[in-house]
Design a protein around this ligand. Structure first.
Ligand code: HEC
Ligand code: HEC
Length: 453
């Protein structure tokens, strides 16, 4: 190739790249947004880390936030649906009564997939949970809509902090079976506030540990004149500070590409980005800096496991409708962010798809994906217990057909090769910092309870 032709080609390639960058810029705004993340002191973050890993916050002192959101499993648990309170171990080796996750009955699991917790401290994330049941709401005295309604306290610093008040109130997640401990009984009675409510019972446990008291004084200088002023709100704010600071993950090749470093994106990934923004229509929902519009959409993701009590057999999950009461919200779930998505399999609100390619292919034609859904996609051996909807009856079930008919996507015409390019682009949303999160695990916690089992 002569030199001139070579230069022309380079020029052409540069023009194409800059067009891509400007399309992407129009979609995503400027690169990394330091101002979008609240700043927290080291002391508060370290306190939050200990609380996140401490089983003292569960009714029976046998499960912590980290049991389901672990750094070694991409801040989730690596399972389609987790095993909650009463289980031991983490991730795929988690077990209950000697039965490991692989063999554990799906009908007895936590009904939704444990999401990864990356970037949730950014101010754009105003809505928490697959159905958005915790949400900023300035008309509410607490500043938030939550499942606790009027019992929601003031002083919560962010949606992440508001969220952290709730795993401890769930029997399956952290509170335990009614009858097994006072926290569980309070949770069962929906008694969150007051001297015998869930939050005060847990805060009093924390206050009884001198090491925690001294850490709270350091994390909130001058705030407490008496120990009993330390409440669950302070606990939740510290946990949120830890999650927000530790799991910020916005320094991926994509962010560098957006900042003008064209080299860190392969040709394949660049083509993937263009498909993501254009023909694939992905960015109509996976919009903005974090690839989510923070809204709710119906795309008929397969539902497995026990469900949330909806539908004729109780094994469906109506998603957003459960919060708003509007039938038009049936089967709608919040668009997930796609940051670090390569590290957070399995996918969907029930974790029904094991890999990215199958997940994307579901989007291309939800109706045919549901009729062909093979429980083996989840890669668990005991498929006979897998089904929330009876998969064998899937094509014939009116309720499942109804779910499919509500899908906002009918068909997206992408070839197999194009899907591969999009997968390549999604890999570029991985912050290399998140490859090794071992240093986020404390060596011990102030309660002295074990961390790893
Ligand atoms: C038994 C497993 C389990 C435990 C323990 C647990 N979680 Fe979760 N977490 C989940 C599941 C499942 C969801 C999704 C639930 C839903 O959307 O209905 C979730 C959702 C979340 C979310 C919302 C993420 C988002 O993108 O909306 C945050 C934040 C979170 N958990 C933090 C915590 C914290 C903090 C604790 C401890 C106080 C905790 N979790 C304990 C399983 C667990
Ligand atoms: C109509 C809105 C919409 C469009 C268009 C869309 N998605 Fe989604 N996507 C969603 C919603 C909503 C979910 C979560 C659904 C659920 O869990 O039930 C999701 C889930 C995903 C997930 C799983 C993420 C996780 O953490 O579980 C991936 C990956 C994904 N989408 C990629 C894509 C790609 C690639 C495209 C373009 C080909 C695309 N999406 C187009 C709304 C959309």
């Amino acid at each position: 190739m002569n030199r001139l032709r070579c230069l022309k080609l380079i020029h052409f390639a540069t023009v194409i790249v800059s067009i891509h960058i400007s399309i992407a810029h129009a979609q995503y705004g400027p690169p990394r947004d330091d101002g979008g993340f609240q700043k927290h002191s080291k002391e508060k973050v370290e306190l939050g880390q200990l609380l996140f890993f401490d089983k003292i916050l569960s009714g029976n002192k046998n499960i912590s936030c980290a049991s389901c959101h672990h750094p070694l499993n991409g801040t989730a648990d690596g399972l389609p649906l987790g095993i909650g309170e009463g289980g031991t171990g983490m991730g795929p080796s988690r077990a209950l009564n000697g039965v490991t996750a692989a063999g554990f009955n799906y009908k007895k699991r936590i009904p939704r997939n444990a999401p990864a917790l990356f970037n949730l401290g950014h101010k754009d994330f105003q809505t928490m949970f697959h159905d958005g049941r915790v949400q900023i709401n300035t008309r509410h005295a607490s500043g938030f809509t939550t499942p606790a309604g009027n019992q929601t306290p003031r002083g919560l610093e962010s949606p992440l902090a508001a969220q952290a008040m709730f795993p401890v109130t769930s029997a399956d997640e952290m509170a335990g079976e009614p009858g097994s401990n006072p926290v569980a009984d309070a949770a069962e009675a929906k008694r969150f506030t007051g001297p015998d409510g869930v939050w005060e019972l847990l805060a009093s446990r924390i206050r009884a540990i001198p090491e925690y008291v001294s850490l709270f004084h350091k994390a909130y200088p001058g705030k407490f004149s008496a120990v009993n002023q330390i409440t669950m709100v302070d606990i939740a704010n510290a946990i949120a500070a830890f999650e927000s600071s530790t799991w910020r993950a916005d320094n991926s090749p994509f962010d560098r590409f957006m900042a003008g470093e064209a080299d860190c994106f392969s040709k394949q990934a660049r083509e993937g980005l263009v498909l993501f923004l254009g023909k694939g229509q992905c960015s109509s929902c996976h919009a903005g800096r974090f690839q989510t519009d923070h809204r709710f959409h119906a795309i008929a993701m397969p539902q497995i496991g026990p469900g949330k009590g909806d539908g004729s057999a109780g094994n469906h999950d109506y998603g957003r409708e459960r919060v708003t009461g509007r039938e038009s919200d049936r089967y709608k779930f919040r668009t997930p962010s796609l940051r670090n998505v390569a590290l957070t399999a399995p996918y969907g609100h029930c974790g029904a798809y094991y890999d990215l390619k199958t997940t994307i292919k579901h989007h291309l034609n939800p109706a045919s994906a549901i009729s062909e859904f093979n429980p083996a996609y989840t890669r668990v051996p005991n498929t006979n217990t897998l089904t929330g909807h009876d998969m064998a009856l899937m094509q014939n079930s009116e309720e499942v057909r109804n779910m499919v008919s509500r899908s906002e996507i009918r068909q997206i015409p992408l070839t197999d090769e194009e899907v591969d390019k999009i997968v390549e682009f999604l890999y570029c949303l991985t912050d290399p910092k998140s490859f090794n999160m071992l240093n986020q695990i404390p060596h011990r916690v102030p309660s002295g309870l074990p961390i790893t089992d």
